[in-house]
Write a protein that binds this ligand. Structure first.
Ligand SMILES: Nc1ncnc2c1ncn2[C@@H]1O[C@H](COP(=O)(O)OP(=O)(O)O)[C@@H](O)[C@H]1O
Ligand SMILES: [Mg+2]
Length: 161
């Protein structure tokens, strides 16, 4: 495959989602964009909390109710985490108004509810889709991670999920 790589990770419980985030953070560097997709309660913010923990940023990472974008500075001279909840955004013009371009290169940018909207921010990105298991079955989630662009062409290959 060239340019697009995908892995699917089974995540039994919330703590495992957090752990996946910590692990994912180990791959991330300034300039990276992650677009998270999944229903309300799927675990997008939980995954972001793990990534924040792994990046060692100033928390807490929460579900922004009134704040659409929040900057979490690094505690260790690494990239900041810019955490965006695009749920209430009306379209690309409103996303553009957030000026994420300005911070993109120096930060790890994560956009919840960004599908169909945030892809335009960067050619290289991780598109992460979280799905629940059968209704009522368990807390199990399936996390599909697709690396788009040259940045991710081989970066996911090395992972033994
Ligand atoms: N396997 C799992 N992965 C992630 N979250 C889980 C899992 N099982 C249960 N949960 C719970 O589901 C909720 C997910 O909420 P949240 O991360 O805010 O979702 P979202 O941001 O997608 O709306 C949390 O209360 C979390 O504890
Ligand atoms: Mg959320």
């Amino acid at each position: 495959m060239s340019g697009t790589e995908a892995v699917v990770v089974q995540v039994p419980a919330a703590g495992d989602m957090q752990a996946l985030g910590v692990r994912l953070a180990g791959l991330l560097r300034a300039g990276d964009l992650l677009v998270l997709t999944g229903d309300l309660g799927a675990g997008k913010t939980t995954l972001t909390q793990g990534i924040g923990e792994g990046l060692k940023i100033r928390g807490p990472v929460t579900s922004p109710t009134f704040v659409i974008a929040r900057v979490h500075p690094s505690l260790v001279d690494g990239p900041a985490l810019v955490h965006v909840d695009a749920y209430r955004l009306g379209g690309f013009a409103e996303l553009d108004d957030l000026d994420l371009d300005a911070s993109l290169d120096d930060s790890v940018t994560i956009v919840e509810w960004g599908e169909g909207l945030a892809e335009g921010l960067a050619e290289d990105r991780l598109e992460i889709t979280i799905s629940r298991g059968p209704a009522g079955a368990s807390e199990q989630r399936a996390v599909k991670i697709i690396g788009v662009g040259p940045r991710w062409a081989a970066a996911l290959d090395d992972l033994a999920w």
